[in-house]
Ligand binder design. Sequence first.
Ligand code: BGP
Length: 472
Amino acid sequence: MELTSRYRDSFPEGFLWGGAIAANQAEGAWLEDGKGWDLASCFSKGVHHKFQGKPEKGSYSPHETAIDFYHRYKEDIALFAEMGFKVFRTSIHWSRIFPKGVEEEPNECGLQFYDDLFDELRKYHIEPLITISHYEMPLYLVEQYGGWRSRELIGFFEHYCRTIFTRYKDKVKYWLTFNEINNMRRNADYVAGVIFDGTEGNLKQLIYQSAHHMFVASSMANKLCHEIIPDAKIGCMLSLSNIYPYNCDPQAVFETMDIRRKSLFFSDVMVRGYYPNYIFRLWEENNVHIQVEEGDLELIRSYPSEFVAFSYYRTSTHEAGKPSFFDTGGEFSTPNPFLKTSEWGWQIDPVGLRYTLNEIWDRYQVPVFPVENGLGAQDQVEDGKIHDPYRIEYLSEHLKAVKEAVKDGVEIMGYAYWGPIDIVSASTSEMKKRYGFIYVDKDNEGNGTLARIKKDSFEWYKRVIETNGEIL
Ligand code: BGP
């Protein structure tokens, strides 16, 4: 008899089409209803700059009101529903639930806000996909404990997770632990690991010890999630914009593999459930000694991530012996002459998305979920309209690539476009770096009515979802 084919040439039924934002880039209301100071609000110039601390009184800070999603989420969710969203990714602002991060009792107003938000999504049959920590934490935990360098964070995080899982167990079935956890490996003043304060000494030691704490915390969250919400799925989230060898120099090819593997180290641990052999050489050569406690390795092994969610914006190339750099878009080094570049210098590469989807599926054989992909561009309003053919082209080409990956046999849970509504940029805290299908009337200095206007891409994405990706 003939072997049954698993080939499919279209997006599966139930494919989770939608979009993604993060609390700190959208909500505003930064100290409202009992919320405490959070880390992200201390990056008024964006995470590409050093930690800037609490903004000075009277100075403009983009996070203070952001796009006021906190008060306008009903209007925004109605627009997402109009586009036909099946999934909406956002994050919970930890400091709304625990203003300092160390309290026993949660802040009821904060919990109620997310209750209402999730109810609103459910009203339209939109699945919430919730990042537990998206580049932020209560500032108190940074100032008093130095972020994830401290093992004590595991306990605070566990309490936070238990609280939100218990509260939202009937409303949220898709969870992610840490946003772009692998971004902490290159630059300690990035916000993924929150260990930038006092990074003198052996930085690699600090990064990998903090990562160990986060691995334990993540597995702890996976365990709790399965206990409290048995029908939920919980995954890890990485920045997986890709990097190619610049040429066929074997040295460039090897070094590129090695750069990529240092990034994939994080999912290697979180999905496979153990530390891979190659990391011990790096630790040996850099005098890194990781302290583990009894039960840590067992926990990591027993409660791995069920799926790999990731951001993908671009690719770059690597030449033998050249340094590579890093920003919120991922790794970069030598520009690729075959690719066009966005206004913010990110090289646009749809094939790279297909490549990445295959790479991750082949490596782990667990479902994959691109939960961030999009084009940041400056839009012009003309007669109250925004024509954004460049965004439609970007999206069309990337979705064709996702469809090719479906045909390749990759198990893909859905696609969440980054920034379906304009929000504050993470890297530069600008408003003018716009990703949205929905324009928000606010500029870099904070002027504007915050009115929402549909761009041309709004109708385009709506049709994609309506046809389940048949028309791209
Ligand atoms: C990712 C972050 C997001 C997001 C995105 C785009 O690294 O997870 O929070 O902002 O990058 O980056 P930017 O906003 O800098 O354009």
